[in-house]
Design a protein around this ligand. Structure first.
Ligand SMILES: [Zn+2]
Length: 165
């Protein structure tokens, strides 16, 4: 009995380690979430830019209000709703175990606990939350589950740039 449990435990640990190694080194194949966005739709220095009280942990992709937003990856929608800073937000966790956070949406077009395919429409670009006084944009961030908080966020800019190479 004990031996069996030990084997199950070891198998689980190897799966978790394997998946986390995959998510760290591979990441996910992503697509540009904002329909029609170009390399000039976002600032190359968007990630890590100073904001009131913190550093900016994502990229702002500017587009006209109402522009469709596609899911950058396959994944499970784990949160949809309204946050004070993010406004209307959608949070997707991918099979590579990364969180994809979409904020300031004008409208949300998906539901919590829904499986979305890559490029499925999940919302539209807006200026909700603390983006009320800035031009409409998608705040897009990628974070890794297995990292300590300060190293959890990935710079999405090179990832998006690679889509235009
Ligand atoms: Zn932002």
């Amino acid at each position: 009995m004990f031996k069996k449990l030990l084997i199950i435990f070891l198998v689980l640990i190897s799966i978790i380690t394997g998946v986390s190694a995959y998510s760290v080194y591979q990441g996910d194949d992503i697509i540009m979430p904002v329909v029609g966005a170009k390399r000039t739709s976002y600032d190359q220095n968007s990630f890590g830019a100073p904001r009131v009280g913190h550093l900016h942990k994502g990229v702002d992709i500017f587009a006209k209000k109402g522009t469709p937003i596609r899911s950058a990856t396959n994944g499970l929608v784990i949160f949809t709703g309204v946050l004070s800073l993010g406004g209307n937000v959608v949070l997707v966790v991918s099979p590579g175990l990364r969180f994809y956070y979409y904020a300031h949406l004008d409208s949300i077009k998906t539901n919590k606990l829904k499986w979305v395919g890559q490029s499925d429409i999940i919302g539209t670009v807006g200026k909700t939350g603390n983006a009320r006084f800035t031009p409409s944009h998608l705040h897009f961030s990628i974070s890794r589950i297995y990292f300590p908080f300060n190293r959890r966020f990935v710079d999405p800019v090179p990832v998006l740039n690679s889509l235009f190479d």
